[in-house]
Write a protein that binds this ligand. Structure first.
Ligand code: HEC
Ligand code: HEC
Ligand code: HEC
Ligand code: HEC
Ligand code: HEC
Ligand code: HEC
Ligand code: HEC
Ligand code: HEC
Length: 468
């Protein structure tokens, strides 16, 4: 007996009586069978250290006729959507299309085209605010994370945007797909320039920030998917933030690759247990899921002790553009506690001692000296201050911290020796030679270097209004 079967009855035109009796069975399933399964899962729990988060399930209504209409018609119009939804926990918990897509009468994002089909106002956008009605804790944590604020943050510090060094299409197809767009509505239609978009810092028409769809794809909202590294790797990859590649190269990643197919990816929230359900951690385990006495979190800024993506590595609460609300010593303890589920204290501390030394090595021996050299050139007007990234030396300085400088730090943080050395410190040495050579040449000639006309550097430099 499942919900999907009900809708097959529906589509074949069975009378409302059948429908009501099958609904009754669904409700019995939810109130009697589901809680039974949950408590069974909890008693089977083998690790006493894990505290499954307690949740209230308030399913106090059945599925209305209005909600059935959506499913019935969409089973014809877009069967893929209904199939995905039928396979989700939501369907099994009586959460329908209407619960997520119904719009309020005053919402700006009501689909006008859809009003011509049915009277119920619906919106294609399901924002974190919509999900927060039923998942308030996850939504609150996501809302305070750097993920949800990344669009405003990059407008604070990024030269590609602030100096107009790239144009709209380059931003839309690149930056915005990962960082998010500001979704705009025009005359009841979503502006195609800003949609579709599931970037992690999306700004929604209801004012909420972020996107749950970045990691939870509709309409299955599968936990297994969110827990796998491929999900994070959609954005966390490439020359400047190769966490996916770093993970793949680590022992953790190799073991995931070898035997991950046999792990239990579908354990209920709060019960996914190291050593029982999986043998090595994925991104989610170290950064988000709960283990031992550490609670799961949707704030990925937690558990971090450094800003290893910044030009000069600082503590998260000292990061001027977006100071974190955290205390790095406490966050480091949380991260270490995760490791202790599978490693000894000596192994864990050994790892972090090396990582911290690698950070200091990068700061003191690579970034600071090169920064001093180039600062001197700006003072002597041998480099132009007007725009960033339009002089050869500026690109070299950028790649020094943004490419190999990050790779060295990430490689050391996440157990990837090839990234720490060959893509990291080795490349840093080479880059420093290139920088020093150019600095010497400029100082010798006493004449400013070439300022290039960078292609498509006619981007909009007006900061969006983030507080609208
Ligand atoms: C009689 C058929 C029918 C019914 C009933 C129906 N829909 Fe639709 N729906 C459609 C069609 C057709 C489209 C695509 C039309 C379009 O967007 O131009 C659509 C599109 C949508 C979209 C995407 C809108 C967009 O702007 O991209 C959503 C969300 C949606 N429907 C949700 C619902 C919900 C929720 C209900 C129940 C209140 C519902 N639908 C009822 C036929 C239906
Ligand atoms: C748990 C909430 C939830 C439920 C339940 C839900 N949706 Fe969605 N739906 C979403 C999210 C999230 C998106 C992606 C939009 C976004 O990122 O804001 C979406 C997108 C859509 C879209 C536009 C996507 C596209 O690819 O064109 C349609 C159409 C749609 N849903 C129809 C439905 C229908 C029909 C049902 C019921 C069978 C349903 N939804 C149930 C959350 C939900
Ligand atoms: C009307 C209430 C409601 C809304 C709105 C809602 N959910 Fe859910 N969600 C539930 C219930 C009930 C469950 C099943 C119980 C559980 O496992 O937490 C659930 C489960 C989940 C799960 C776990 C699935 C699993 O396999 O265990 C995820 C992930 C999730 N929801 C994400 C979302 C996202 C993202 C949104 C917004 C796009 C959303 N939900 C909107 C009620 C809702
Ligand atoms: C493939 C996805 C992707 C694309 C495309 C992308 N970014 Fe990023 N960006 C990321 C990720 C992931 C991070 C986080 C890096 C880290 O913390 O390791 C990041 C970090 C940043 C940061 C650093 C923020 C901080 O906290 O210091 C800035 C600034 C930034 N990106 C700007 C941009 C701009 C501007 C563009 C387009 C020109 C862009 N990004 C394109 C994924 C992307
Ligand atoms: C950066 C990726 C990411 C984003 C963005 C994200 N989630 Fe999750 N979510 C996850 C992961 C990973 C898990 C699995 C955690 C675990 O192992 O228990 C999860 C689990 C969940 C669960 C199951 C209960 C729990 O807390 O473990 C719910 C409900 C949920 N997410 C809702 C949401 C909602 C609502 C949003 C948007 C406000 C959201 N998520 C945004 C990655 C994400
Ligand atoms: C849709 C793209 C996207 C996905 C998917 C995504 N991230 Fe991110 N993530 C980003 C961007 C962009 C940033 C940079 C935020 C900034 O620094 O402005 C970021 C930053 C981070 C940070 C650094 C936070 C900080 O405070 O410095 C961590 C840790 C992180 N992500 C972990 C994850 C994990 C784990 C997953 C998967 C469960 C994930 N991300 C999925 C885009 C994404
Ligand atoms: C074994 C645990 C572990 C795994 C697995 C792991 N990470 Fe990390 N990650 C760390 C540690 C430790 C740090 C450095 C924390 C600190 O600042 O002290 C880190 C740092 C990061 C940062 C840099 C944050 C910043 O801005 O400084 C990002 C982004 C990130 N991880 C994302 C990911 C993604 C994406 C994956 C999967 C592809 C992943 N991590 C897998 C432990 C892990
Ligand atoms: C779910 C269990 C689990 C967790 C959690 C875990 N690891 Fe591991 N780790 C393993 C296993 C298994 C291996 C492989 C051991 C071997 O080489 O025999 C491993 C290997 C390693 C290695 C060896 C890498 C190499 O190339 O030699 C390091 C270092 C390491 N882990 C550090 C950490 C740190 C730091 C954390 C926490 C941030 C952590 N691990 C979390 C299971 C785990």
């Amino acid at each position: 007996m499942n919900v999907k079967a009900n809708y097959f009855h529906l589509r074949k035109g069975k009378c409302m009586k059948t429908l009501k009796s099958s609904l009754f069975i669904v409700i019995v399933f939810i109130f009697v069978v589901v809680p039974g399964v949950f408590s069974a899962a909890q008693t089977e729990q083998t690790s006493p250290a894990i505290q499954p988060s307690l949740k209230e399930y308030r399913i106090v209504r059945s599925v209305s006729e209005e909600a059935h209409a959506c499913i019935e018609c969409h089973a014809e119009e877009s069967e893929g959507i209904v199939a995905d939804w039928s396979a989700s926990r939501h369907a099994h918990a009586n959460i329908t299309c209407l619960d997520c897509h119904k719009a309020g009468p005053a919402d700006s994002d009501i689909s006008k085209a859809h009003l011509k089909i049915v009277m119920t106002p619906v919106s294609a956008i399901v924002s974190p605010k919509d999900c927060s009605r039923c998942h308030p804790a996850e939504a609150a944590q996501h809302a305070q994370s750097k993920h949800a604020h990344t669009l405003e943050l990059i407008w604070k510090i990024d030269p590609w945007l602030n100096d107009g060094m790239n144009n709209n299409i380059e931003r839309q197809t690149g930056c915005h797909h990962c960082h998010g767009s500001i979704v705009k509505i025009q005359d009841g239609t979503i502006d195609a320039d800003t949609w579709p978009n599931v970037g992690v810092g999306r700004i929604n028409p209801d004012g909420s920030r972020g996107s749950c769809s970045s990691c939870h794809t509709r309409h299955k909202f599968s936990l297994a998917e969110a827990r796998k590294p491929e999900t994070c790797g959609q954005c966390h990859l490439g020359p400047d933030h190769p966490q996916a590649e770093v993970f793949a190269e680590s022992k953790h990643g190799a073991i995931y690759e070898a035997e991950g197919d046999e792990w239990n990816w579908n354990a209920a929230p709060g019960t996914w247990t190291p050593g029982v359900d999986y043998r090595t951690p994925t991104c989610s385990v170290c950064h988000m899921s709960g283990a031992k006495q550490i609670a799961g979190t949707h704030d990925v800024t937690e558990r971090l002790a450094w800003e290893t993506q910044a030009p000069l590595t600082v503590r998260p609460n000292e990061f001027a553009a977006w100071p974190a609300h955290t205390n790095w010593q406490e966050e480091r303890k949380k991260m270490e506690t995760i490791c202790l589920a599978c490693h000894s204290p000596a192994w864990t501390q050994g790892h972090f001692t090396l990582f911290d030394e690698a950070v200091v090595n990068y700061n003191d021996n690579y970034y600071k000296p090169m920064k001093r050299l180039t600062d001197e050139l700006y003072e002597k007007k041998l480099l132009s201050n007007e725009k960033n990234l339009d002089e050869r030396l500026e690109i070299d300085m950028y790649e020094l911290w943004h490419h190999e400088g990050r790779r060295a730090r990430f490689g050391a943080a996440m157990m990837a020796p090839d990234y720490a050395w060959w893509h990291g410190f080795y490349e840093l040495k080479k880059r420093c030679m290139v920088i020093e050579e150019q600095v010497e040449a400029l100082l010798q000639s006493g004449k400013p270097g070439n300022v290039f006309k960078v292609k498509s550097s006619d981007g909009n430099t007006i900061k969006p209004d983030f507080d609208r």
